[in-house]
Design a protein around this ligand. Sequence first.
Ligand SMILES: Nc1ncnc2c1ncn2[C@@H]1O[C@H](COP(=O)(O)OP(=O)(O)OP(=O)(O)O)[C@@H](O)[C@H]1O
Length: 234
Amino acid sequence: MLEIANLQAYYETSHILHDISLSLADGAGVAIVGRNGMGKSTLLKSVMGAGPRVKGTIRLDGRELSALAPFKRCRMGISLVPEDRRIYPHLTVAENIALAGHAKSETGKPYSVEEILDFFPLLKKLALRKGFQLSGGEQQLAAVARAVLPSPSFLLLDEPTEGLAPLIVDSMGEEIRAIRHREKMGLLLAEQNVDFARHCTDHLVVLDVGRIVFSGSWAEFDGNPEIRERHLSL
Ligand SMILES: Nc1ncnc2c1ncn2[C@@H]1O[C@H](COP(=O)(O)OP(=O)(O)OP(=O)(O)O)[C@@H](O)[C@H]1O
């Protein structure tokens, strides 16, 4: 279980996240939605320990993470795909994915590169292609695949669909959904594409200037058109 309680996050003197509390049961999928600059990325980075200064508690299976370096959180079962993907341009897709196998993991057994390529059929066809020869969407898929290899308990994805063609967005949505359900992997997804977020998760929180203004299921969200109109540009 991933529990975030009374989280505050700061960059220098700017107070970005205010009193965020959020719990994800094992295998749960939660989307963080909201307009640009509302704090979605900051929330994911706070959970990973990668950037903002935080106060409050972040616990994974009861163990406090807030003081731990990102690599330790990764070993404990959290994987982050940042917005900028960070695919190595001169390594092949298979080599980029294999890199994640070098990280030690305290959680379940990592998948093999072959298993990961079976999860992502599009990447299987591109396994020997170098990073710089991939489209933005293919790079994004490779970054997600690499993050899945250590078999994390919770996968954190930062706006994976940004700037991608609709076809690859659909295929990524299918694959993430399938992996989540088959492997019982938790997902915390920062996303502006509401249709994609809905496809991949069960619940959502809406952020507005660093505060949660809505938390519930997608059905509850649909029953609340005012939230949609006020906080999301649809
Ligand atoms: N490294 C940083 N230093 C200072 N301020 C930052 C930094 N990163 C983000 N911010 C500020 O924090 C606020 C929240 O940004 P964040 O990137 O978390 O929002 P977001 O909802 O993910 O937006 P987007 O969808 O545009 O990525 C914004 O006001 C942003 O300018």
